[in-house]
Design a protein around this ligand. Structure first.
Ligand code: DC
Length: 229
């Protein structure tokens, strides 16, 4: 039974292109709960490290850079890095390519997980409820979440969705290069030592292949509401 009926805490995990962000954002609006896209945080840190041409093996330098970094996430998809709007740039191919290697670094994960847990605590204190999405939300960031969903889809479908998203942003990448990028990220994200992408024992797995986003949203909301009544 949810700890705070009406203000659920919801974890959504899944691989690249599984539809987590679109679905989580819509669920947050329908349930009027907070939304946190943790992938955007890893992307913003990655962009900063690319710009600084940081040596990823030099933890002292990484720590200094992190100490001088601020990331703000708006409720409307906006990502602000050190005061600059980087919402579009964090989805570009140069960030896609580096974000998984950067996310393997425990120092970076520790920092971001602490911020994510503080956001979760704050929304609980405010009795607001939260939906947080990423790779390690159920396993590491919010292991006590009321609901844990794992969204999946075939590689072909995930590549199709990502290509469509990128075309809408004016980026025309061949679908096979998008597939290759997704497979590479899947492999790094699920095989890393620190908090790999995993399906926890009490997760509700939704295979979204062939489902519309609206159908996935409905399924999640029905599950949440069923437990409240
Ligand atoms: O969800 P996304 O594709 O925007 O995430 C980008 C990368 O960030 C993903 O390939 C791995 C990393 N990530 C992570 O390691 N842990 C999270 N909770 C969220 C994202």
């Amino acid at each position: 039974m949810p700890q705070n009926p009406g203000h659920p805490t919801i974890a959504i995990d899944g691989p690249a292109g599984s539809g987590k962000s679109t679905v989580a954002r819509e669920v947050s609006m329908r349930l009027n709960i907070k939304y946190l896209d943790t992938g955007a945080m890893y992307r913003a840190v990655t962009l900063k490290l690319i710009r600084k041409k940081a040596d990823l093996t030099n933890l002292k330098v990484l720590e200094e850079i992190l100490d001088q970094t601020t990331i703000q996430l708006g409720e409307d998809k906006q990502v602000i890095l050190d005061g600059e709007d980087v919402t579009a740039e964090i989805r570009f191919p140069h960030v896609n390519e580096m974000v998984s290697p950067v996310s393997c670094i425990s120092l970076i994960r520790r920092r971001l997980v602490a911020i994510q847990q503080a956001v979760a605590r704050e929304s609980t204190r405010e009795s607001r409820g939260i939906i947080m999405e990423g790779r390690d939300i159920a396993s590491r960031v919010m292991p006590d979440a009321d609901f844990k969903f794992y969204l999946d889809a075939s590689v072909e479908e995930r590549a199709r969705r990502r290509s469509k998203e990128q075309r809408e942003k004016g980026l025309n990448l061949p679908e096979d290069s998008v597939t290759a990028e997704i497979l590479k990220r899947d492999s790094i994200d699920s095989q890393r030592d620190d908090s790999p992408l995993t399906i926890v024992a009490d997760a509700i797995v939704i295979d979204t292949t062939g489902m519309t986003f609206a159908a996935v949203v409905t399924k999640i909301i029905e599950t949440v509401n069923m437990d409240f009544h």
